[in-house]
Design a protein around this ligand. Structure first.
Ligand SMILES: [Fe+2]
Ligand SMILES: [Fe+2]
Length: 272
């Protein structure tokens, strides 16, 4: 629970109104919330949109598909955390405030990828991803009414597995030196996605500790949706080698991390 500091009035305000200060609390979710406030960035000014990104026709075509797929996920990210807020107990203010930061951050990611598509001369409203498995996978973020199921679906499955794919793309671009604009977006974005995953793990682990009867709910969501995510992540695995992205290795690593994360919450059955 946060504490309200009475000693942090704005200097010179003279109003006597206290600012809310969560920073000195021990609660991990408030800490993530504070981190989110500190680490905001602006897609308009923090990306050098003029950096040259020479690409072959096939690379351009592939990148168009990748960015269109990213955009779909980021759009879901804007309102899926807001749904979870409505499912949480009203007294869980830390989680609801953190999820508010997540909505805004996903809006920024969506905006950045739309700008990247426009920079390529494309209309973000008309590009199509072709990865129908991905569309199916992320529909799971809207499928549940219980916060345990929704946090598993969005913040663990969606965020953790998607972040592994963003990381594979980022690592490949660091290695090749290609497409510095997308690389910078990914670098900034991954800092945000890391917090979203951390929130999911922290919140769900604590919830299952205090409500062990919810463990089966979380486990069943993981079992149902993991194979669908794997199907989505393997889309165009061979073609993406052109960017140096090793999809299969990144998926194997992500599944290992995912299974370890579940085990830390008391879910030890294999999910795939
Ligand atoms: Fe995102
Ligand atoms: Fe995210």
């Amino acid at each position: 629970m946060e504490e309200y500091a009475t000693t942090h009035a704005p200097a010179g305000s003279g109003s006597g109104m206290a600012l809310t200060d969560y920073a000195h609390t021990q609660n991990e979710i408030w800490r993530l919330y504070e981190m989110a406030k500190r680490n905001q960035w602006n897609a308009n000014t923090d990306i050098n949109w003029d950096e040259p990104c020479p690409m072959s026709d096939i690379e351009t075509k592939l990148l168009r598909g990748i960015l269109a797929t990213y955009q779909i996920g980021e759009k879901v990210g804007i309102d899926a955390p807001a749904r979870i807020m409505t499912q949480l107990p009203k007294e869980d203010l830390a989680a609801r405030e953190f999820l508010a930061t997540q909505c805004f951050e996903e809006a920024r990611h969506c905006h950045a990828y739309r700008m990247r598509l426009r920079k390529m001369g494309l209309d973000p409203d008309t590009v199509r991803s072709g990865n129908s498995a991905w569309v199916k996978a992320i529909s799971g973020c809207y499928a549940y009414e219980h916060p345990v199921q929704s946090v598993m679906s969005l913040n663990i499955l969606g965020e953790l597995l998607a972040a592994s794919q963003f990381t594979a793309h980022y690592d490949a671009l660091c290695e090749s030196g290609k497409d510095p604009v997308t690389r910078t977006i990914l670098q900034r974005q991954l800092q945000d996605e890391g917090r979203h995953v951390a929130f999911g793990i922290t919140w769900l682990r604590e919830r299952l500790k205090t409500h062990p009867e919810d463990t089966a709910l979380a486990r069943d969501v993981a079992k149902e949706w993991t194979p669908i995510y794997v199907d989505a992540m393997t889309h165009k695995a061979d073609a993406l080698k052109i960017f140096g992205i090793d999809k299969l290795a990144s998926i194997e690593k992500a599944l290992g991390t995912f299974q370890e994360t579940l085990a830390s919450m008391g879910i030890s059955d294999p999910v795939i």
